[in-house]
Ligand binder design. Sequence first.
Ligand SMILES: [Zn+2]
Length: 440
Amino acid sequence: MSKGKFYHPEIERVSRKELRELQNQRLRWQVHRCLAKSEFYRERFKKAGLRATHIKTVDDLVHVPVVTKQELRDEQIKHPPFGRYTVAPAKDWSELHPSTGTTGTPVNTIWSEKDVENITQVTARTMWSFGVRPGEIIQNGFSYGLWVAGMSTHYAAKRLHCFVIPIGASMTGRQIDYLLNPGSTVLLCTPSFALHIAETLRERGVSAQKMKLRLGCFGGEGGTETAATREKIEKGLGIDAYDYYGLAEIGPTFASECTAKAGLHWAEDQYVIEVINPDTMDRCAEGEMGVLVITHLTREATPMIRYWTNDYARYDSTPCSCGRTHARSIGGILGRADDMVIYRGAKFYPVQVEKVVRSYGELGDEFIIELTRDEKAYTDVCTVVCECLKPQEDPSVLERRLLKDLKEELMVTPEIRIEKFGTLERTTFKAKRIVDKRTK
Ligand SMILES: [Zn+2]
């Protein structure tokens, strides 16, 4: 095992030119096998007038039609149970990992034994990059069961010779028990859950300084790269907090921050990362925000060629101070296209509300964006609901300030409602920030 700053120095510090050559070579292998073995891909390429030989480099990918989650769902219904994009034969299947189903019927993804090995190696590499070392006590608060991050993190922690507590996303009280005894040094879970654990520690009067916890990695939803959220997690748990990104159809944790905390590094030796302007379908310029489209370079069982993630991100290959050459999404993942709120002609994401709410010392960490319908005025009403930590002498002062800051960030003025602390639901999983109460 590597013992320095880098887990796989030859891969993490490879020159951009060599990295691109490796990607091109792996892409040609992937496209050839997909077309040889999958009717799903054969049909798509044929419709677009493409043959395997047309795709020689990563730049040629722009001609290939993107694959949406809905197309994968339809394919699974037509060709149950796994669809015809399952390229590896059944004898090579090792694990089934369906998506969480938060946006509809789950999509099945299969990992072969070689896929498990690649995922373990990339996850171990990402954990090493934010400072996990052999001998750590790792509290894995990602849900096991059918959520990809639970298993992959578990395998990677073992690969790094750490001591794993497979607690999953179980009750906050039990999480705190293990943080105190044996005293976990690394915590992995969603950022919402991390904030909830911090809040409970505060309520119980447990000082974060008494714990051995030193690092945390938070994924499954955005938030860690929102400055106010990161600060709350870091202060509340007495740690350095890092962002992690993955998704079921593509793989867990294929992007993570390094200790520079300067954006998510993509694992470009395993994936082609494209950022696409959804209006023109062209590639965005470096650093520009667009929809993330991903191609598997090494995946055997259910490879995706140009999967449309619906998540917004950036691609920036400028050098990072850590010395890794893989490109980054600076600022992390902005949010899912599905989560966009359109209100009075303005468009905004929950992460923008989060940025404002969590910058207030008087407010709790929880918030929701409630959408209702004013039947008399025939208009939609968007209300930001948050919690006040302590009763205010004159609540209107706080309300006015919050309204002004929200208006500035969102470019539209929502309604606001400040509730008593503890009113909103807490979660051990992904937080649901948009509550749509409009009758459809
Ligand atoms: Zn870096």
